[in-house]
Design a protein around this ligand. Sequence first.
Ligand code: ATP
Length: 302
Amino acid sequence: MPSMIEVAHLTRRYGRYVAVDDVSFRVEPGTVTGFLGPNGAGKSTCMRMITGLTPPTSGTATVLGRPYVALGNPGRHVGVLLDAAAQHAGRTGREILTLGAIMMGLDRHRVDEMLELVGLTGEESRRRLRNYSLGMRQRLGIAHALLGDPQVLILDEPANGLDPAGIRWMRSLLRGFADEGGTVLLSSHLLHEIEVVADDLVVIGRGRIVANGSKAQLMSAAGTTVRSADDARLATALEVGGFQAAPMNGGGIHTDAEPCVVGQLALQQQVALLELREAGTSGLEEMFLQLTAADAREGVAA
Ligand SMILES: Nc1ncnc2c1ncn2[C@@H]1O[C@H](COP(=O)(O)OP(=O)(O)OP(=O)(O)O)[C@@H](O)[C@H]1O
């Protein structure tokens, strides 16, 4: 089956500044792909190029096998949420959805269905957007993206402004969408926000892809965490053995050696182990921070 979204060597320069640098990835049908990167990494610029809002300096992006702008009535194929604040502040939520429905040639009852789906009440739908909280704008944006019953969703930081219950709701909505064969590309600057729902991850730092694969692949490559009675001695033994050994926040060591190797080395060194496990999620977080730390453009000083 062809990829639903295909990005090939996408590059965008602003003057001499390279915001997106030779980015390539694919998003497969029936999956949620998390597009992860720190602030300023180039996620929004990529998504704007995929949806035809920003012309690339070079490279191509296709959705459903065509450039987005070449899709007839694109909202019926691809649901897009790029900036939840970008809607007209003087319109009510209901008006925004109704206009969308008219433009896409949809039955008006879709508007009520979508309002109900995203949990906006009748009263809320009649408020003007300027009086919406960020979370309500996100819900409305998701309703707008889903209005045309698309096969593909492209959502830029949709969890921004949602409370924990809202984030959980959104995850189950997106999971359900993908399980029924839909395709989701979802960006975030926070791993924990999307790792539960993502099947695949594309990690971007300073405009470049720094990791790309299934979550399971990336997790298994995420190494081992160990706590012992003598971390310094164990770390030295690991390094002598050719492995990396980095101290973790709050104690313990993160290493690229497998748990059985760490156990053997600890035995040789007669260092008592207190805890030994595959790093999994915490390793993924560690890897995300390491991969992007050198690439973060903002954040450290903030
Ligand atoms: N129109 C523009 N003119 C000049 N620079 C731009 C423009 N749009 C984006 N950039 C720069 O390109 C870089 C990537 O921005 P982008 O918004 O794509 O990042 P992001 O990963 O989406 O980050 P965030 O999570 O902060 O939105 C940033 O340094 C940004 O300042």
